[in-house]
Design a protein around this ligand. Structure first.
Ligand code: SF4
Length: 450
């Protein structure tokens, strides 16, 4: 998962930086900003959080056109690479959220070369080549949409001062924008634009915005618009609770997921506790539906990062540091512990251990998401089946592994009803909106990762 931002108008770098801070939760492996200055595109970026990755002294104070990216690696290596990425001829810069699953075949078709390790680099080179043929970014992207398969919400700029904003034909990832008389603002999430005081709209699937001047943008169709498949995991975990995706507020959708869990649960307990922060909305929905007290018995250090989106080599370190249990609230209690999902099971297992050590009498784990049985190739870092606890284990085996007294998951139908939009549910069903060869893509997207 990644986040993107753009600003066409005054103080572009400053505004893009500001938006990136608001979508920092979408990735903290790396961050960058590309901007137009003196007829050329420049990129500033690096590893880590926005404030570490981007040296603000290297940004332009007078550029009118900038795009930005926060990276959570789903393709290529965890460290080193960051977006926006420049095309080989340096006339296009691209920032995108998603994954292109046929990037080497597409590069072979358009560029006659098939040796890319990273989909973002292949994407920008393909777009740049098509741009040189068409002389217009919008037309280049329209053609690219017929060649590239996968998920993408993107912003791209040319050294001639054009910008495009586009969302893939199925709308797998979210994208919002705000258009004023003298500016265009773009963010992966609506909440980022609300926070900086802007009215927003969501870009529809298969739509594109093209501007040569901030005040005169056109909204067009990519030409290729397919059956919608909005990522269910955005609603379950990724979006900020105050964001909307296809008109649905994430916090409210998660509360409905929590209520669904409560409706199938008859276990007696003393309190409901969320796994902070992403289990909180579902826990609230659960507690309201069952009329039970909700208590925050786990403290999460917000500055240690999100364990799920950290590189595997540091994930365990992040995990051990980030949670503390409040013993006084836990001792002798029967606890309903609500989390958004159980991916690898390591976070849940660790928390249960901490709760037991603090004297919890019973722990009943509830997962808002159904069991995750299949990888994601569309922008969430779950590229192989073997890392998913539910791929090869029954619910009873997972319960034992995590060490809880009972374990209940929501069903796919619960998620569909809680969200009320057409969803991609591939990681829960193995049925994807795009035809995939799981074994082939597992190899492609796990290559070079550690
Ligand atoms: S496979 Fe799962 S995580 Fe990936 S896009 Fe579909 S719902 Fe989202």
């Amino acid at each position: 998962m990644c986040g993107i931002s753009a600003w066409f108008g005054k103080n572009a770098c400053e505004r893009v930086y500001e938006i990136l801070l608001e979508i920092q939760h979408r990735g903290h492996d790396a961050a960058g900003i590309a901007f137009l200055e003196n007829g050329g595109l420049k990129v500033v970026g690096g590893n880590g959080f926005v404030w570490n990755a981007i040296d603000i002294s290297k940004l332009s104070s007078h550029s009118h056109l900038a795009i930005g990216h926060v990276r959570y690696s789903t393709s290529g290596s965890y460290g080193g690479a960051y977006q926006p990425v420049l095309g080989s001829k340096k006339i296009i810069a691209l920032a995108f959220n998603g994954n292109i699953i046929n990037f080497n075949e597409a590069a072979n078709l358009v560029l006659g070369k098939k040796s890319y390790l990273w989909d973002a680099k292949a994407f920008v080179d393909i777009l740049e080549k098509l741009y040189m043929e068409h002389g217009n970014l919008a037309d280049a992207m329209k053609e690219a949409s017929y060649i590239l398969e996968g998920s993408y919400s993107l912003v791209a700029v040319s050294s001639k001062g054009e910008i495009i904003v586009a969302r893939d034909p199925r709308g797998i990832r979210p994208l919002a924008y705000s258009l004023g008389e003298e500016f265009l603002a773009v963010a992966s999430e609506t909440a980022a634009l609300s926070t900086i005081g802007l009215e927003w709209k969501e870009l529809g699937r298969g739509q594109l915005i093209y501007c040569q001047e901030p005040g005169s943008c056109s909204k067009e169709s990519l030409g290729r618009v397919l059956k919608p498949a909005y990522c269910a995991f955005e609603y379950i975990y990724f979006l900020r609770p105050d964001s909307f995706f296809e008109g649905v507020n994430a916090h409210e959708a998660r509360k409905r997921m929590g209520a669904k869990l409560a409706e199938k649960d008859y276990v007696e307990a003393d309190l409901v506790a969320p796994v902070p922060d992403s289990g909180r909305s579902a826990a609230i929905g659960y507690a309201i539906r069952r009329g039970m007290p909700l208590d925050e018995v786990i403290y999460r250090n917000r500055f240690s990062g999100r364990a799920f989106i950290s590189a595997p080599s540091i994930r365990r370190k992040v995990l051990l540091k980030k949670f503390q249990v409040i013993k006084e609230s836990v001792r002798g209690k029967r606890i309903i512990l609500v989390d958004d999902s159980i991916v690898r099971g390591d976070t849940s297992r660790h928390l249960v251990k901490l709760l037991r050590e603090a004297g919890a009498k019973e722990i009943h784990l509830r997962s808002a998401a159904p069991p995750i049985i299949s990888p994601c190739f569309f922008g969430i870092d779950m590229p192989t089946r073997r890392e998913l606890i539910a791929y090869s284990r029954s619910i009873e085996e997972i319960r034992k592994y995590i060490g809880v007294d009972t374990l209940i998951y929501n069903t796919v139908k619960d998620i569909e009803e809680s969200v009320g939009r057409p969803l991609c549910l591939g990681c829960f069903t193995s049925i994807y909106p795009i035809k995939v060869r799981i074994d082939k893509l597992e190899l492609l997207f796990s290559k070079g990762r550690r």
